[in-house]
Design a protein around this ligand. Structure first.
Ligand code: URA
Length: 246
């Protein structure tokens, strides 16, 4: 789509007004001022701002953060258990939302839902190492050795070496410990397997953040659309991905 056209449609302004904004240097695409009305753009992949404010239009895309309770599955449908999609009221569900960044049924916290297929695809790519932050409770001692092992890269029994991860211990005893883990890897049961490799079992797993998205105080079972700052941050992830794949 042409930049000029997009600006007219998204902001309900005339061609003349668009030309003035371009001439004034008010429009930035991917952090560069542009005066090119005919520049080909895709707002799903590019950060477009007017005087520093992200473009209003989502071009039909929906982005939600939801607070998954324990017992819900990260699937579109399930015969036995409620799914994360059941949290979304029918009036807010465009019908084609996909869950990016799944959580185990017994885990809780932030899940991200979108019908932006390109973004969903990127977030699933193992090489796109977006950081995720978890609060983890285990049935044993977290200690300095464990912090070092996480930093080094945990090695599973089958020889798989995990990417380095950060562990900050909040409370520690022989019976139970709690810590904050930051990982940029998302294999199935990643965190549970990492702690098991250290000899302890995860008893509670809560996700607080995915990249620029933070659950904050969103109550359990609730959801909300991304705010403009988060959307811009997500668009920047696109840029990062594109640059890495150039
Ligand atoms: N790691 C896990 O073990 N489970 C999750 O749900 C997410 C990360």
């Amino acid at each position: 789509m042409l930049l000029g056209q997009l600006l007219m449609e998204a902001n309900h302004i005339t061609r003349k007004e668009v030309k003035r904004l371009l001439k004034d240097g008010s429009i930035q695409v991917n952090h560069q001022v542009t005066q090119d009305y005919a520049k080909v753009v895709d707002p799903a992949w590019m950060a477009i701002t007017i005087d520093g404010v992200p473009l209003e239009s989502d071009m039909g895309h929906t982005y939600y953060i939801a607070h998954k309770p324990q017992g819900y599955v990260s699937a579109n449908k399930d015969a036995q258990y409620p799914t994360v999609l059941d949290l979304i009221e029918p009036k807010d569900n465009p019908g084609n939302l996909a869950i990016s960044g799944r959580l185990d049924r017994d885990a809780h916290g932030l899940v991200f839902l979108t019908n932006n297929g390109q973004l969903h695809y990127i977030l699933q790519q193992p090489k796109f190492d977006i950081e995720k932050t978890y609060r983890v409770t285990v049935n044993g001692l977290m200690d300095g050795q464990m912090i070092a092992a996480f930093q080094e890269g945990i090695v599973f029994d089958d020889g798989t070496v995990c990417k380095p991860a950060a562990l900050d211990i909040l409370t520690a005893s022989e019976q139970t410990s709690t810590g904050i883990v930051r990982i940029s890897q998302g294999q199935r049961h990643q965190i549970k397997k990492m702690f098991l490799a250290c000899g302890v079992k995860v008893t509670d797993l809560f996700r607080q953040k995915i990249g620029p998205m933070d659950l904050g105080e969103l109550p359990e079972g609730a959801y909300r659309p991304l705010n403009e700052t988060e959307k811009l941050a997500i668009m920047n992830l696109f840029l990062l991905y594109n640059r890495r794949n150039d």
